[in-house]
Write a protein that binds this ligand. Structure first.
Ligand code: FE
Length: 237
């Protein structure tokens, strides 16, 4: 049998993987990037076939990995994690540079990066595993901690985008969902990114104090992760 909860004990970081083909820049949030050999320095990434970036990496044979900091701007995660580059230019309003390989390297909320050339790839059903050889890398900020998926999930209340290799379907999550009803009313979940608004916690970043029921949020309040409207939220109880 498969115990879904066992998968929750695997640990991951959070990264923005970027590439460029022709004039098209794109990137996405990934939690799978891991070093596979030290000499040569090679890193593997797992990219959903439906992601525009997978197509771009196949064409260009290059990609960059930006390691996000623990206090990463939620707007950066929302921009790269919950939008498709088919509809928007994700690099339009972010700070980035062009790497040696030609891949764009996101610099916002980034503490280290790798610039890689694809040396091999494997078809793994829904995903493509790309093996990249790092031709350039840099530690940008020694003082900051890297963002882990666990921290993002537990402290920032985010969940994996649906194309992530580790995405768990909603119905499978039901049994692990805790009761959150209190006298403050229900918690509400963003149907776009999965962020859960907890009335007991409020939303400090947008000036919403702890103890604010969802119904009392201002009409122009937005999801702190993906900027979806209040109307995109549903009760989780
Ligand atoms: Fe959202």
């Amino acid at each position: 049998m498969i115990d879904i909860k066992a998968f929750f004990k695997l640990t991951y970081g959070l990264y923005v993987i970027s590439s460029k083909s022709g004039d098209k820049l794109n990137g996405y949030v990934a939690n799978t990037a891991f070093q596979v050999t030290a000499e040569p320095p090679q890193i593997a990434i797992s990219c959903h076939k439906d992601n525009l970036t997978a197509k771009i990496i196949k064409e260009s044979k290059v990609f960059s990995i930006s390691v996000l900091e623990q206090d990463a701007d939620l707007g950066v995660i929302g921009n790269f994690g919950y939008n498709s580059g088919k509809d928007k230019d994700k690099f339009k309003n972010v700070k980035y540079k062009t790497g040696q390989t030609g891949a764009p390297i996101l610099l916002d909320s980034t503490i280290a990066y790798f610039d890689c050339e694809v040396v091999d790839s494997f078809d793994v059903d829904t995903h493509i595993l790309f093996i990249g050889k790092a031709v350039d890398s840099e530690l940008l900020d020694e003082s900051k901690l890297p963002l882990t998926y666990d921290y993002y999930h537990k402290e920032m209340k985010g969940k994996a985008p649906k194309n992530a290799p580790t995405y768990i379907k909603e119905e499978k999550m039901e049994e692990t969902k805790k009761e959150t009803t209190s006298n403050l009313g229900a918690s509400f979940e963003c149907t776009v990114c999965g962020y859960v608004y907890d009335p007991a916690e409020g939303d400090e970043a947008q000036g919403i104090p702890p103890g604010t029921p969802f119904a009392d949020l201002p009409d122009d309040w937005e999801c702190p992760i993906c900027a979806a409207a209040k109307s995109e939220f549903i009760s989780v109880n």
